[in-house]
Design a protein around this ligand. Structure first.
Ligand code: AMP
Ligand code: GLY
Length: 428
């Protein structure tokens, strides 16, 4: 990179704060903007009060602030076609973008598309069938050929809530009708995927690709359920750790050979341009990787643990990738372990209140605070979402990292704060 660049990050969660925190350390950065951002991003960047799916306002901001690189954090603008919108306009066509085309984002936007894609390219995944309102009977027949637990997934985007895992066949029939007949999950559930249950331990693998080369990012593990011991409702993620102890060289070589290479080659052979992150949700089934899902973005709260683990300057790599000139390289990583504990609003992932004063942030000693649902109200940081912030700490091993994060988590409080105290329980 010859000149310093202006960067705009779209999104307002912990993931975007963590990306902003990393990018703002780069000597190649001129100015950093985040839209809409949160109370944390405004410390390291300039927040713009623009919704991440308001394309005309984003375009105006790109022009006004002379943005060179647009990094798209969440999936919604990608699935809606932000890349096409920015690229097809003469005023913004030269802006480099991290984030795939709408066709690439379909890997996340449609479960049936992504399952068919995996099948076409012999990528290991759970056996499945896809059904819609006109094939309820065949869906029931298919279900009866499966063993419990039964996995039903709404085809479209459902904010991580469109997956049901049920023990009982009758319950599965009912859920199927609720999705296909009664519109549970709205449009997202108009068609569904039913798949075999995979028994194993999950991890999140991340890569950045320009369709030709790719750079592997550190793998992470997130904790999705609200309750300790992985119980209760699914959430956006209650914490994460990086790296993943069982993602050793042997396992990662299988992931590269069986999943990453066929995915990148498959996209290319089908003419899908993909410039951005691919997040592969994998199940380690007895030492073999199976794809649970693809996402067209980084994970949240995985990013909060992945970014501090990276030693390399990330901005030149993002710039190369977005310019479709990514060079083969290995990211430099620190040797230590990173853990992030997510503090959430009481009631989340169901109804919760916002606007609660957050106390104790200035007492945090050994963690980075990545803000998610926070904002400034009358000069005070208040809650503004279900997932509020992470305490992210670095340690010589997982236990050290977790104790540092938990120690700081105790000092931060707001009304009805909740967090899981058992992160890492499955890794000892
Ligand atoms: P997804 O939105 O497809 O990632 O699914 C949400 C969560 O449901 C995953 O993170 C898994 O924990 C679980 N899950 C999804 N599909 C399966 C499967 N076939 N077998 C076991 N667990 C699954
Ligand atoms: N942590 C899972 C996700 O970002 O989808």
């Amino acid at each position: 990179m010859e000149e310093k660049i202006n960067v705009l990050i779209l999104g307002g969660g912990g993931r975007e704060h963590a990306i902003a925190w990393k990018v703002c350390q780069s000597s190649s950065l001129n100015k950093l903007f985040v839209a809409p951002g949160n109370a944390g991003t405004q410390v390291v960047a300039i927040n713009l009060d623009i919704k991440e799916t308001d394309f005309p306002a984003i375009k105006s901001a790109i022009i006004e602030h002379n943005i060179h690189l647009l990094i798209v954090g969440p999936e919604a603008p990608l699935v809606k076609g932000i890349r096409e919108y920015i690229e097809s306009d003469l005023e913004t066509e030269n802006v480099r973008i991290i984030g795939p085309s709408r066709a690439g984002a379909k890997l996340e936007g449609s479960k049936s598309y992504s399952k068919d894609f995996m099948q076409r390219h012999s990528i290991p995944t759970a056996r499945y069938g896809k059904f819609n309102r006109d094939s309820i009977q065949s869906a029931k027949e298919f279900l009866s050929t499966m063993e419990a637990p039964y996995v039903l997934k709404a085809d479209g985007l459902a904010g991580g809530k469109g997956v049901l895992i049920l023990e009982d066949l009758k319950e599965a029939y009912q859920a199927l009708e609720a999705m296909l007949k009664d519109g549970k999950f709205g449009n997202a559930g108009e068609s569904i995927v039913i798949e075999e249950f995979l028994e194993g331990i999950e991890l999140s693998v991340f890569l950045l690709t320009d369709s030709n080369e790719y750079v592997l990012f550190p793998s992470a593990k997130d904790y999705k359920r609200i309750g300790e011991g992985d119980t209760g409702l699914n959430t956006g993620g209650m914490g994460s750790i990086c790296p993943v102890p069982f993602a050793d060289v042997e396992f990662m070589n299988k992931v590269k050979d069986r999943v990453i290479n066929p995915t990148i080659n498959g996209l290319r052979s089908e003419g899908v341009e993909y410039v951005g992150f691919i997040f592969i949700g994998l199940m380690n089934v007895g030492g073999d990787p199976y794809v649970i899902e693809y996402n067209c973005r980084m994970g949240d709260p995985e990013t909060e643990s992945v970014m501090p683990r990276i030693k390399s300057d990330l901005l030149p790599i993002l710039w190369q990738c977005a310019g479709k000139e990514l060079e083969e390289q290995t990211l430099e990583e620190i040797d230590q372990v990173v853990a992030s504990v997510m503090l959430v609003s009481g009631g989340y992932p169901e109804a919760y209140e916002k606007g609660k004063f957050i106390y104790g942030l200035n007492q945090v000693e050994n963690s980075i605070v990545f803000h998610a649902g926070t904002k400034i109200s009358e000069e005070h940081v208040v809650t503004n979402g279900g997932r509020v912030l992470t305490l992210t700490a670095i340690g010589q091993d997982l236990n050290q990292a977790l104790s540092a994060a938990y120690n700081d988590a105790q000092k931060v409080s707001f009304e009805a704060v909740y967090y899981r105290r058992d992160l890492g329980f499955d890794l000892n």
